[in-house]
Design a binder for this molecule. Structure first.
Ligand code: MN
Ligand code: MN
Length: 274
């Protein structure tokens, strides 16, 4: 469907087919349709755990995919695709793509809401100044976001890869990191003031739960950890992305099903709260 027919508080599912800024392997551009396939798979229903049925909900709408070329100008047009949803007062639920897309998505979010807080699930803080000379790298989106003042607080959870440079970036940008080694799940995301944007890199999860990602980083979160934090977030969610599903690395589609499960809970919470 077209974004022009969206209404206020609709949750608009949009796929962004882009993985040109991945540093290690491609594949994430193929993710959106495979996550949808898992969502619609007959092995399960489409209810969130709090009883929101995505199969029949009048405010859960799919606006399809946008194919993004590799050059920087085409890449930054992602901002316009998300702005089209926000112009209708609808809420974007974005399926990546690699994590680089969060920078242009946040530019659009900032245009409409100002600097909102970001709750960021990831093994990596994605704060590299640039990665191998590419400032748009999927290792750098949150550095761009913080440089431009697009976010309020940035709160990453699941982090287990901090190098010296990345620790310096954490201090530079005042990032409030929940590292994996001493993670206290109950304390995550309980003290935000105002609306929250969720950015969910599937490699926050332990590879045992989500092998279909480009960067396997053992020692990660469980699916239940992630769902629990989302379900208990007291604040309204104004937008979300689920990124870095790489189907070429998946085993029996299990990571696709994990992405669809997270999608159901995120959409369910957005629909409950709006
Ligand atoms: Mn990431
Ligand atoms: Mn990551």
């Amino acid at each position: 469907m077209n974004t022009a027919s969206l209404n206020k508080s609709d949750v608009a599912l949009i796929g962004i087919m882009s993985d040109a800024n991945s540093s290690y392997m491609s594949g994430a551009a193929l993710a959106p349709d495979l996550i949808r396939e898992s969502l619609h798979c007959e092995s399960s229903n489409r209810y969130s755990e709090h009883g929101i049925d995505l199969a029949s909900h009048p405010r859960f709408l799919d606006v399809g995919n946008r194919e993004i070329e590799a050059d920087p100008t085409s890449f930054m047009q992602i901002e316009g695709h998300i702005a089209e949803i926000l112009e209708q007062d609808a809420l974007p639920l974005v399926l990546g793509g690699d994590h680089s897309i969060t920078y242009p998505v946040m530019r659009a979010i900032n245009r409409f809401y100002g600097p909102v807080n970001i709750l960021h699930f990831d093994a990596h803080p994605d704060l590299y100044d640039d990665f191998e000379g590419n400032p748009y790298s999927h290792a750098s989106p949150l550095a761009r976001v913080m440089e431009e003042g697009l976010a309020g607080r940035l709160v990453p959870v699941g982090i287990r890869t901090l190098s010296k440079h990345l620790r310096e970036q954490v201090v530079r940008f005042g990032v409030e990191v929940h590292e994996m080694w001493n993670l206290d799940i109950e304390s995550v995301g309980r003290d935000f003031d105002g609306p929250v944007y969720l950015s969910i890199d599937l490699d926050a999860l332990d590879p045992a739960y989500a092998p279909g990602v480009s960067h396997h980083e053992p020692g990660g979160m469980s699916v239940r950890d992630v769902l629990g934090i989302i379900q208990q977030l007291p604040n309204e969610i104004v937008g979300a992305d689920i990124v870095e599903y790489n189907p070429t690395r998946d085993i029996n589609g299990m990571t696709g099903m994990v992405a669809a499960k997270i999608l159901k809970e995120v959409a369910g919470k957005m629909l409950r709260d709006s």
